[in-house]
Every structure is written in C-alpha cells, then in structure tokens.
Design a protein around this ligand. Structure first.
Ligand code: PLP
Length: 412
C-alpha cells in the first residue's frame, strides 16, 4: 500500500528542497575578481583567502583547498596510511591489507577513500543517543582488532556526537583519527569547532552544505609539512624543478579560484545560516511535541550547525514496513506510520525529504565487511525508523507548518 495522495489539499508551487545553496551577492564579487584578474585556474587570491578563513574558522593551523571533500578525505587517508605503514610501491595503496575502523551511518564518501588506498573498512555501529559512532562499539572493535591504527569518524547531519570520547579512545590505542566534518562545519563540542578534533580533518562546500562553493572542500591539519605535502599531491605532485618533474604519483584535486570566490563570499554567512537552520530544527521540535517522534539527538556540550533536521518514529508507532535493496512496502495503519509514508506525503506536497543514510554495513558493496556493534544493530534501527526533513533555509515558516501538519496527518 502507499500513501493516499487525495488526503492532501496543498501543494507548493516552487519545490521545497531538503537543502539548497543560499547566495547573498558577495560571491559574485569574488567570482568577478577571479575573472577580471584572469586567475581562472587553480591558483589565485580567492584560494589563498579560503585557506586562511577555513583554517581560522576551524581552529586548525592549515587548510588545503581541494576540489571537494571526497578528495580531501582521500588525501587525509593516504597521508595517514603512509605515516603509519610507510610509503607503498608505485601502484599500491598505503593501506593494503589493513583494517580501518569507520563510521557506519554516513555517506559513502567518508570511507570509500579507505578502499581507494587498498584498506578494508570495518564498520562501527552508531550510538543511539548521539547518532554518531558508538564509543563503546569502538572500544569493542579495538579489543577485537588491537592492530588497527586508523579511525574515520563522520559527524551526522551537523550534530557532533561524541567525537571527544572517540578522540580519547583513539589516542589510548595509539590510533590516528580522521574527522569527516563535511556536514558539521561551524558545529562545536565544548566550544571547540568540528574539524579540529581529528589528527586530519575534512570539510565540504558541496551545493547542499551549510555554506557552498557549488563544490569544493578543505583538508585541515596542524602540520605545515603535511599541508605542503598535500598541496603538492593535489597539483599532480610536481617537483620544484624547471620542468615538469615528478618523484611521486599525484592527483588533480586542487580547488578552482572561481569556486573559491563563491566560498569566500559565503563564509561571512556561516553563522547566519546556522541560526536559520537552528530555527527550522526548533520549529520541528516545538510543533511535533506530543507526537511519537523525536528529532536528531543533541549530545550534551554540543552546539550543532543543524544542517539537516531528521526525525525518528517511536517503535510502538511504526506501521508494518518491509524493504529490499531497491523497493519498499508498508501497510498504513491508524495512529501509526513509517518513514516512507512520511516521505511520500512530503513528496506529494512538492517538497523533498530523504531516508536516513543507509548504514554502510547494509550496503550491497560493503555487506560482507565486518560490523562491530553492542547488543543490537542500532544503525539498522535508526535507518528503519528515521527520515530527513526539508531543511532549506529559504523555506518560510508557513511552508514548514504545512510540512509539519502533513507529517502529523500520517498518524491519522
Ligand atoms: C559525511 C560526508 N562526507 C563526505 C561528503 C563528500 O563531500 P563532497 O561532496 O564535497 O565530496 C559528504 C557529502 O557530500 C558527506 O555528507
């Protein structure tokens, strides 16, 4: 059975997306600067400024501007792998034959670079109370695989989770921590910025993020040597020689000066975007009070950036649903609902929501990888009962109220 579309009377003329870019005009000034100065390449003032601002805002000493966060994560992982296990022969990855502990409930870009480098991701279950990696499951993983030396942690939807505990556990076991703060720029834990917890970190300026360049990312580090090495790798590993000379394999991962112009213009609006996202989150919380749902959990000491609001339905109020890898079914039931019914209802308004990230250990590509969990599979449960809600900062309160009423009507 699927959602009864006749239940709805209102439909938005302009689609309300889950999260889109919000431009302010200053971006054009810096794009024009690139154009007028003819620095339409991967060199220029905008790039230098993005690196300066990103490092300052993230409370890390150095930022390296790259074409996206996935490439930043790749170079974090390659660099960490080489530091831990030595430089591999040409044609081999730095993590060949090595296990790496990775967040499970995240976007695949967090950990695909482990595979680019020949490593094997071991997925660590999610903490029900923070929706980040479970510190207990990570401890368990270290007891099962004490030889593991690398952990990749992702903040989910702009909510920091327990990254401080994860960092302590990593240090206790002599492991390097890579922080994927793609979704969490500007969020803090105990006043410390997300992106500053990792030995290496990465942030994203993808079109749907809290601020954007349409694409782009930065690698963050406190080591000048690492920053210089990454900058070199990202520009085809060109040696300092009068001709094109290479002693290492390189990548074409550098940020464009035009994209950097957009990001430079956006940075001044990061705090404003966060406060608008918070208003959206608070409104969902306030207006859904009394309904058997909860919004993303906020861990004590954290100040999220509220990038995506998501809800989870109480267990007793879930109608029957089943999913295969590409299809779903549910049985509508009075007083109960499920994520796909809510999402269908949202789609019927001409708005966009999404299921929660499907956990990596359930992905066809990774389902044979090891998965470390405590008593029950928390990630699967959150995926089963949760969905992301429209969180675009251009959505009006009146539009959000219609969405909220529609969510409520799913329990009718
Ligand atoms: C958690 C997470 N990591 C990494 C990425 C990859 O970022 P990018 O698109 O900038 O490569 C994204 C989103 O795109 C993400 O949500």
């Amino acid at each position: 059975m699927s959602y009864d579309f006749n239940k709805k009377t209102q439909k938005f003329k302009n689609k309300i997306w889950i999260a889109t870019p919000t431009m302010h005009g200053e971006e054009i000034k810096y794009i024009n600067l690139a154009y007028d100065s003819n620095w339409m390449s991967t060199v220029g003032e905008n790039i230098n400024e993005v690196e300066r601002i990103a490092a300052q805002k993230s409370e890390m000493k150095y930022a390296v501007a790259l074409c996206n966060c996935t490439s930043a994560l790749h170079l974090c992982i390659k660099s960490a792998g080489e530091d831990l296990y030595g430089v591999p022969e040409i044609g081999h990855g730095s993590l060949e034959g090595k296990r790496v502990f990775c967040s499970d409930m995240t976007f695949c870009a967090t950990l695909n670079p482990v595979v680019y480098e020949g490593g094997t991701p071991i997925f660590i279950d999610t903490d029900y109370y923070s929706w980040g990696m479970d510190p207990n499951a990570l401890e368990k993983a270290f007891s099962l695989y004490p030889d593991v030396k690398l952990v990749v942690y992702a903040e989910l939807y702009g909510f920091p989770g327990k990254i401080d505990l994860i960092k302590d556990i990593c240090h206790k076991h002599g492991a390097v921590l890579i922080e994927d703060a793609a979704e969490a720029m500007g969020a803090t834990l105990n006043g410390k910025q997300c992106g500053s917890f990792g030995d290496y970190s990465a942030i994203s300026y993808n079109g749907n993020k809290i601020i954007t360049g349409s694409s782009g990312g930065c690698l963050l580090t406190n080591s000048k040597d690492t920053a210089d090495k990454i900058r070199k790798w990202s520009t085809q590993s060109r040696d300092n020689a009068p001709w094109y000379q290479h002693t290492e394999v390189g990548f074409n991962y550098r940020m464009s000066n035009v994209i950097a112009g957009v990001i430079r213009g956006q940075y001044g609006y990061l705090e404003e975007h966060i406060s608008l996202k918070k208003k959206i989150y608070d409104r969902y919380c306030e207006k859904l009070k009394g309904y058997p749902v909860s919004l993303n959990p906020i861990t004590s000491g954290t100040e999220p950036n509220y990038w995506l609001s998501a809800l989870i339905i109480d267990k007793d109020y879930m109608c029957k649903q089943s999913r295969t890898d590409s299809t779903y079914e549910y049985v509508p039931e009075k007083g109960k609902t499920c994520p796909m019914e809510i999402l269908e209802a949202i789609y019927s308004l001409n708005a966009e929501g999404r299921p929660i990230w499907k956990p990596m250990h359930l992905q066809p590509i990774y389902q044979n990888n090891e998965f470390v969990f405590m008593e029950t599979d928390i990630g699967a449960d959150i995926f089963e009962r949760g969905c992301c809600l429209p969180s675009d900062i251009k959505m009006t309160e009146a539009e959000q109220d219609i969405i909220i009423d529609t969510i409520k009507s799913c329990f009718d």
